[in-house]
Design a protein around this ligand. Structure first.
Ligand SMILES: Cc1cc2nc3c(=O)[nH]c(=O)nc-3n(C[C@H](O)[C@H](O)[C@H](O)COP(=O)(O)OP(=O)(O)OC[C@H]3O[C@@H](n4cnc5c(N)ncnc54)[C@H](O)[C@@H]3O)c2cc1C
Length: 391
């Protein structure tokens, strides 16, 4: 059976079942307990690494599974479906692992990919800046040459999991020192070990119940060797998109999983809860919205699988459009599914015990990050429909 079939191959189905079985052993209770205690999910991360799930998309010769984004998104979806949507899965193997395996030197691949693949090394990703936000073209983190070294200066925000990472891939702008400054500032990617002098971070207090926290990151004249630069100094936009399309596919996978999780909780509850003469799930006021949520999640999943398939086939343009659409559709569908799940559980929808209230804030994340719903709509309006832009 071809990899582009609508029918999932036996191999992929087996992977799906294996990931689900592992994630079920931990489950949402484990995830939320860790979040409430301010601890990380090291046991889950290490097991996922050992079983080959984290590095499933990375090249075999560097310790990965040699499969693609389809498989990695499937891992993400099954973990989220079982209450363990780990953000670092989006960041470490999908963005960073992809960029380094596509554009890194052999030395860089040998140094970073095996650890990313088996989970013994986690790499955070830093593009967002306080004054640039969605407008990544406005980032001001600058890298200038000093002999063969680079000196990195700037500030990043909302950086997930840098406290649990050994390194962070920073998107900066290289300044060659020639020509007009604005013209000679080009986006460039640098791997920065998190213990490098000059790199500091402070947590942002979020109302998001997650074991993976967000940080402000300060780069104060961080000195890096020449080989910290990944890829070329002036091709970073293409390199970035090699990582950002997987990020969007993973954002979609996480949201699809969260939607499935919420619908599953709601279905279990309304099937047994009875306040009139039938279980409440028999009332169409509850069953129809849940059926609608299920349809919307399945449609979003289909677009996610299309995006991953196009990406794995090397169709970057097609993948970008599909990844944006999948991220949008999954974000909207999962937000609605979580809202309906809360409604289906009545008062229990807001208790700690039933765990669905915790998903309310988390479900909103898929509408904001890694790219907001409005920026996706802008992309589709301009790129798919050819409409003029307002900004
Ligand atoms: C939990 C979490 C984890 C994150 N992890 C990371 C990470 O690991 N690494 C990293 O680099 N970043 C990370 N981010 C940052 C995330 O990518 C940004 O929050 C996101 O890109 C939006 O940027 P912003 O928050 O600055 O919003 P803004 O850009 O200020 O946007 C605010 C609102 O304005 C809208 N808007 C902006 N411009 C337009 C426009 N032209 N047209 C219409 N509407 C517009 C947006 O859609 C949004 O609704 C994370 C964010 C969160 C919340």
């Amino acid at each position: 059976m071809s990899d582009t079939s609508f029918i999932e191959s036996d191999e992929r189905r087996a992977l799906r079942e294996a990931v689900a079985a592992m994630a079920r052993n931990y489950g949402q209770d484990y995830y939320l307990e860790k979040a409430r205690a301010g601890e990380h999910t090291d046991e889950l991360w290490n097991e996922a690494g050992k079983l080959g799930f984290i590095g499933v998309n990375l090249p075999e010769e560097y310790g990965g599974g040699g499969a693609g984004m389809y498989e990695l998104s499937l891992v993400m979806e099954e973990m989220a479906t079982n209450g363990c949507a780990l953000l670092m899965m989006v960041v470490s193997p999908a963005i960073n692992g992809t960029i380094i395996s596509k554009f890194g030197t052999d030395e860089q691949k040998k140094r970073w990919i095996p650890g990313i693949a088996d989970g013994s090394l986690t790499m955070a990703f830093a593009i967002t800046e306080p004054d640039a936000g969605s407008n990544s073209h406005k980032i001001t983190t600058t890298a200038r040459r000093d002999g063969s070294d680079w000196i990195l200066k700037g500030q990043k925000t909302f950086i997930s999991g840098i406290d649990q990472a050994q390194a962070v891939l920073v998107v900066g702008r290289s300044y060659s020192g020639t020509g007009a400054k604005a013209e000679s500032l080009r986006p460039a990617l640098f791997v920065v070990p998190t213990d490098t002098p000059g790199l500091t971070y402070t947590p942002i207090e979020m109302e998001l119940l997650s074991p993976e926290r967000q940080f402000q990151v300060f780069l104060d004249d961080v000195r890096l060797p020449a080989d910290a630069l990944v890829g070329s100094e002036d091709a970073a936009i293409a390199q970035l998109f090699a990582g950002l399309n997987p990020e969007r596919i993973m954002g979609a996978a996480s949201a699809v999983g969260m939607g499935r999780f919420a619908i599953g909780k709601a279905v279990d509850y309304v099937t047994t809860r009875q306040v009139w003469k039938t279980p409440i799930g028999a009332h169409q006021g509850l069953s129809h919205p849940l059926a609608q949520n299920h349809i919307e999640i399945q449609l979003a999943k289909l677009m996610m699988q299309k995006a991953a398939t196009l990406y794995d086939a090397g169709d970057d343009f097609g993948a970008a459009e599909a990844a944006n659409m999948a991220k949008y559709a999954a974000g909207e569908a999962s937000t609605r599914a979580v809202d309906q799940a809360v409604q289906s559980l009545g008062g229990n929808g807001l208790t700690k015990e039933y765990g669905i209230a915790a998903a309310v804030t988390a479900s909103r994340l898929a509408r904001i990050a890694p790219v907001s719903r409005e920026m996706v709509l802008n992309f589709v309006a301009q790129t798919s429909l050819g409409l003029p832009r307002s900004y």
